[in-house]
Design a protein around this ligand. Structure first.
Ligand SMILES: [Zn+2]
Length: 394
């Protein structure tokens, strides 16, 4: 049999054998297959080219080659396939535009970190409830929320009764208390504001997230009020009251806080929270972030933050290995708030939340909160999002 005859025979055979299948129209074995991408799932220590099959909203299989039928296929060749990103410091709950914009960037779980206090908490709770992805809220201990003149400059705004009442009404949606402590936010009240935030949070068994940096009280004094499971955001804030001293040593109280189970988070933001030289020193001292978060807001999409992938790329530029950057944006944040338990992973059986990213090579400019620019050779971009097994389309 020559080659031409073989092809003819093979094609004919395929045709005949296909007919009964077409008539029977068997259901596709999977709902969706994400095909041919580099799967990086730090929760499973996996970094390899894999197909990911999804059915019933769950990860059904991950193998080198899955040839079964699927209702939909995402071609991920040349792309990274990672668990859905979890951003524990955003302001996505300020308007209904927030959550879908984050979702398009691969953020399948978010926390609105203290946009509002007791007075307007219903607004942010409503936004988080309406979001397609999991969204939860930290209540600002300042009852008026974020104020240009400072949330708790007037200490009477740190109203524990109002905060307690708001939490009681929204137990399913409020997952912690936010205390913003910089001198332009709380002034000399920082310690008392945190004490009140902790009093409220502890009474519900909830964590506190503190916004550190440029405080009047020394950081060790503030850290002494934190309990295991609490979160320190803006960990790369420059002095006064950084986590690192002038000699390049991480403060012993900071090391001790990490040992007793307090999380250290990036919170990129736009003003005063991230300066390259501080990040260099902290990373050089071997003190990596537990979690990367953006401090995202609709306004930050055009400056500083842009999107979660841009913030992650800054850490690639600063020398953090890709697998660790992915861990800091997936499995690690999933551990911080109980609502994300079982997420941030692509293990078989997990909810099928996936971000497909592109890692482009080139020259990319990154800017810190003090307008210092640096260039890096890689930048991540969002390509596709899968939420609960369904490809997200706008
Ligand atoms: Zn913030």
């Amino acid at each position: 049999m020559n080659r031409r005859q073989f092809i003819f025979t093979a094609a004919g055979g395929t045709l005949f054998s296909r007919i009964p299948e077409v008539l029977a129209t068997p259901p596709a074995k999977y709902d969706l297959i994400v095909k041919g991408g580099r799967v990086i799932d730090p929760s499973a220590k996996l970094n390899a080219i894999r197909d990911v099959a999804i059915s019933g909203g769950k990860i059904a299989a991950i193998n080198a080659n899955i040839d079964a039928d699927a209702a939909e296929v995402i071609d991920a060749r040349g792309k990274l396939v990672v668990p859905g990103l979890i951003d524990i410091h955003t302001h996505a709950g300020r308007s209904n535009d927030g959550p879908p914009l984050c979702l398009a960037d691969g953020v399948t779980g978010f926390i609105d970190a203290g946009s509002y206090g007791a007075d307007r908490i219903n607004e942010t709770v409503a936004v988080a409830k309406a979001a397609r992805q999991q969204g939860r809220v930290l209540i600002n201990i300042g009852r008026a929320g974020i104020l240009p003149e400072g949330d708790t400059m007037d200490i009477s705004r740190a109203d524990t009764a109002a905060a307690r009442d708001a939490i009681m009404r929204n137990r399913d949606m409020i997952v912690g208390v936010k205390a913003r402590l910089s001198r332009d936010v709380a002034g000399a009240n920082d310690y008392e504001v945190l004490r009140r935030a902790q009093e409220v949070a502890s009474s519900f068994g909830l964590p506190v997230m503190i916004h550190m940096g440029q405080t009047i009280s020394p950081l060790p004094k503030l850290l002494s009020l934190l309990k295991p499971g609490d979160v320190v955001t803006h960990m790369f804030a420059p002095p006064p009251n950084s986590i690192i001293d002038e000699a390049g040593h991480i403060l012993p109280e900071v090391l001790a806080a990490r040992r007793r189970g307090i999380w250290f988070d990036v919170g990129n933001g736009r003003n005063g929270h991230l300066r390259w030289d501080i990040a260099d020193g902290v990373l050089r001292a071997g003190f990596l972030p537990d979690t990367i978060s953006t401090d995202w807001s609709v306004e930050a999409r055009t400056a500083q933050v842009i999107n979660f992938e841009n913030v992650m790329s800054k850490f690639l530029m600063l020398g953090v290995p890709l697998d660790q950057v992915i861990a800091q944006a997936t499995v690690n944040p999933a551990r911080v708030f109980k609502v994300f338990a079982g997420r941030g992973t692509m293990k078989v059986g997990a909810p099928a939340d996936i971000a497909v990213l592109e890692l482009r090579e080139g020259m990319f400019e990154f800017v810190d909160n003090f307008q210092n620019t640096r260039s890096g050779r890689q930048r991540l971009f969002p390509t596709a999002t899968v939420l609960g097994g369904m490809r997200v389309t706008k």
